[in-house]
Ligand binder design. Structure first.
Ligand SMILES: *Cc1c(COP(=O)(O)O)cnc(C)c1O
Length: 375
């Protein structure tokens, strides 16, 4: 039998999805509106434990709507974690605003609270006003240090958006991340911990923000019989068919988190003794969903890349840690407050296959190749 390609984080749908999809199809709600969208929003709000939630057609569009709802306007500055996927930062530019990137701290790999404070103070000194918003990211599912981050943000009166796209099922202080700041965002892209094939969500304890975002989500159509628009809106609604897939996936979220955490434990256990090895670390009161297991291989400068190539030669997908935004050509003139941590994580970090459908023998294949490369 030919060996199967092992992907980094493939979709993991089971038979449970079929009745949901069949019902959505036979209901004829083949539209970006329908009973599955309503039900998905209700069920998701219950899981997240938030009073106000809307779904969107992607996590990126949810971040865009979230920033608009927070009042981000052309010419504003918005602080964003530098070590992340571009979708955390691009919506800042969609708003006509300017990103300001801030580096990571060593424990969680997320935005460094001390540097955040330094960046805010320096932007006020340089521009005469505070940044309009902060985008904090829970990278690979690991919660950012939201308590110090919120203390600093509140002191300066700056609202915070939590990019929890990778972190559904991750808890801080027993609460789903995304509910610790002003607005939270989720993604249901195909590679995330659960998927709707694509989709996103935006939520907040402040109902006015979500009312406004819902309005913008459907072309800012006024509630009159004809098409009336007082502002520019967006076509950002989730398809009812995709909402049906999302509902079926939400049912297995707890199992998916459990499996991803087991995969992390296995990698950590197997690799712990290797010189220079490193992992993202949970602080007290944090529980990561361990969406992806990212490992630092630091014994030699090119160790992570050698392991990536060895895995690729056996049809196993792994990927370098996110290339920080301050190193991206498209953001080369963007202000950046750094300490070298994210550069180091990018150089030495590798995301290993972490999909919840990985079998024991497939995990064994990965571990064997990594072990051989290290010996
Ligand atoms: C996936 C992801 C997004 C965007 O979500 P999409 O649904 O793909 O648009 C945003 N931020 C982070 C950190 C992500 O990993």
């Amino acid at each position: 039998m030919a060996k199967r390609t092992i992907y980094l984080s493939p979709p993991h749908l089971t038979d449970e999805a079929l009745p949901y999809i069949e019902e959505a199809l036979s209901s004829n709600w083949i539209a970006p509106v329908g009973p599955d969208v309503d039900a998905f929003e209700r069920e998701l709000a219950a899981v997240v434990d938030t009073p106000n939630l809307i779904t969107t057609n992607s996590g990126t569009s949810a971040i865009h709507l979230g920033l608009l709802a927070l009042g981000v306007r052309p010419g504003d500055e918005v602080i964003c974690s530098t070590l992340t996927f571009c979708a955390s930062a691009n919506p800042i530019v969609y708003c006509g605003a300017l990103p300001v990137f801030v580096d990571s701290e060593r424990t969680t790999w997320n935005i460094d609270p001390d540097l955040l404070q330094e960046a805010i103070e320096d932007r006020i000194k340089k521009t005469g006003r505070a940044p309009r918003a902060i985008v904090a990211v829970h990278l690979y599912g690991m919660p950012a240090q939201m308590i110090p981050i919120m203390t600093i943000a509140r002191r300066f009166g700056i609202p915070v958006l939590e990019d929890s796209a990778e972190a559904l099922g991750s808890l801080y202080d027993g609460r789903q991340v995304g509910t610790l700041a002003d607005v939270g965002v989720l993604s249901f892209n195909g590679n995330k911990i659960i998927t709707a094939s694509s989709g996103g969500a935006l939520f907040s304890s402040q109902s006015a923000l979500i009312v406004n975002a819902r309005h913008l989500r459907q072309e800012a159509k006024e509630p009159v019989p004809w098409y009336e628009h007082r502002t520019i809106g967006y076509n950002y609604r989730l398809s009812n068919i995709l909402a049906a897939i999302g509902r079926s996936q939400l049912k297995v979220l707890t199992q998916r988190v459990k499996k991803r955490r087991e995969i992390f434990d296995l990698y950590k256990h197997t690799l712990a003794a290797i010189p220079g090895i490193g992992f993202q670390t949970e602080l007290p009161d944090m529980q990561s969903n361990r969406w992806l297991t990212a490992v630092l291989f630091r014994d030699t400068p090119d160790q992570a890349e050698r392991i990536r190539l060895a895995l690729a030669a056996d049809d196993i997908e792994s990927r370098p840690v996110w290339k920080p935004m301050h190193l991206q050509p498209v953001f080369k003139d963007t202000p950046y407050y750094g300490n070298g941590v994210s550069d180091d994580l990018f150089q030495h970090g590798l995301c290993l296959p972490s999909g919840s459908s990985l079998s024991e023998s497939e995990l064994g294949r990965v571990v064997r190749i990594v072990g051989k490369e290290l010996s």
